[in-house]
Design a protein around this ligand. Structure first.
Ligand SMILES: [Zn+2]
Length: 242
């Protein structure tokens, strides 16, 4: 199982690591330790570079999980590093930080829509600096969307703390906010649940990487909304500098 620092420290941009295994067919490398987010929960996988102290570097075009291991996809056509090579694994930090701001912005949106309209989330997706969320939100309208944008930016300006925790399964399943966000969809086998709390606004089971305070998000503009059926509605946002 590879250690992934990103789950406890989203601001870690690089780590020393050793190549544990290589998969030439998939052009992929397994390290003993990494900072690369492997994708999931709507947040895309990180990109970056592996640099060997003895010379040589490899472009990382993505990452993914196989069981508990995080494999790094290496640009096709590169000769892979040998097993036991010491490398520094380094993120494309600007892109990752944009994804952190975007992911946290989407949680602020969820929190506001739930607090003000009791509408729960059914799905979402993001790329750096833009994203969408789907809600069970029968009464959504253009007027409401303008109001939601205003409230979201108020919560960002309030500079709320964003905290990561890992809770035993039983404890997590006893928290009403987590049940609302469909924690019951998590696989049966897991014994711990990682949570992201925007203090005073939102609490979700979540595997992603987030900024430490809402003020770091910047500003959110609602760029569109659409009906995906009588009940299901989609809200699109972009994240810009404050
Ligand atoms: Zn999330």
């Amino acid at each position: 199982m590879s250690e992934n620092i990103c789950y406890s420290d989203a601001y870690a941009r690089e780590t020393d690591a050793t190549v544990v295994e290589v998969d030439p067919d998939a052009s992929a490398v397994l390290l003993d330790r990494t900072v690369f987010y492997p994708g999931g929960g709507g947040q895309p996988a990180d990109t970056g570079i592996l640099v060997a102290g003895a010379g040589g570097s490899w472009r990382v075009t993505g990452a993914n999980k196989r069981g508990d291991d995080i494999w790094h996809a290496i640009e096709a056509g590169s000769e892979l590093p040998a097993v036991d090579t010491a490398v520094v694994a380094e993120l494309d930090w600007d892109r990752r930080h944009e994804l952190m701001r975007t992911h946290s912005a989407l949680h602020v949106l969820c929190g506001v829509v739930w607090r003000d309209h009791s509408a729960s989330v059914t799905g979402g997706n993001m790329v750096p600096l833009s994203g969408r969320m789907d809600f069970e939100f029968e009464t959504m309208s253009g007027d409401l969307v303008g109001e939601i944008e205003k409230r979201v930016n108020e919560e960002i300006a309030a500079d709320r703390d964003i905290r990561v925790a890992v809770l035993p399964r039983e404890e997590a399943f006893a928290i009403p906010d987590l049940i609302r966000t469909k924690i019951n969809l998590l696989p049966e086998g897991i014994s711990e649940v990682r949570t992201i709390e925007i203090v005073g606004l939102d609490l979700q089971a979540d595997g992603g990487t987030h900024v430490a305070r809402t003020g770091e998000i910047g500003r959110v503009n609602v760029t569109g909304y659409e009906s995906k059926g009588r009940i299901n509605k989609r809200i699109r946002i972009e994240v810009v500098a404050a």
